[in-house]
Design a protein. Structure first.
Length: 202
């Protein structure tokens, strides 16, 4: 009888996760629950009017502070604008934000940006991100996909300002270009690889 009980105990113990594995699993579960709650809260707050108003303010900021952006937007077949991308904590540097795709200056679809790295230096917790599709083909490839990931489905070339602090639209050769800026100004040394744009209902 004693041997049988011991064998059963050993069998049960074998099926249990080691303490470190259980700890990792618990932390992962907590992380997923927090991300879900934060995402749900952001979605609840960011209705169409809120997003649309924030986009207008973001584009106006760009026009005022970075020369040449108005001509870039005018030349583009579509402009994807995320006015408020926030850094998600938990030590992994991820991000989340909601925005819209503008065609002829009107929102035609709404998107969320997820995944990838927030990419900015310590102390920066907010950024805006704009992606301009310079050809009809590039825009069609984007809109025909439910989700579009930088580095997998296409590339986004970051725009840089020239010596006079302005962007020269005539120098753009890439079909898809991006602008990233924060409270510290235009950002160049960031990677958009892994950024995933997912269409959402609004």
């Amino acid at each position: 009888m004693t041997l049988q009980v011991s064998a059963a105990v050993i069998s049960r113990n074998k099926r249990r996760l080691p303490v470190p594995a259980r700890s990792v699993a618990a932390r992962l579960l907590c992380f997923c629950l927090v991300v879900f709650c934060v995402t749900a809260a952001v979605r609840a707050d960011n209705g169409r009017p809120v997003i649309d108003e924030a986009i207008v303010g973001t584009l106006e900021q760009l026009r005022q502070h970075i020369g040449g952006t108005q001509r870039v937007f005018h030349s583009a077949t579509g402009v994807l604008v995320f006015p408020d991308v926030v850094k998600m904590g938990f030590g992994i540097g991820s991000q989340y934000g909601e925005g819209a795709l503008l065609v002829d200056n009107r929102p035609v679809a709404y998107y969320a940006i997820v995944g990838g790295s927030f990419g900015l230096s310590l102390g920066v917790h907010y950024k805006a991100q704009v992606v301009a599709f310079m050809t009809q083909e590039a825009l069609a490839q984007f809109t025909n996909a439910r989700a579009w990931e930088v580095g997998r489905d296409g590339q986004v070339a970051l725009l840089r300002s020239g010596t006079e602090g302005a962007i020269d639209p005539a120098s753009i050769q890439d079909p898809v270009v991006g602008i990233v800026f924060s409270e510290r100004g235009l950002s160049y040394n960031v990677s958009l690889r892994g950024n995933r744009f997912v269409r959402i209902a609004r």
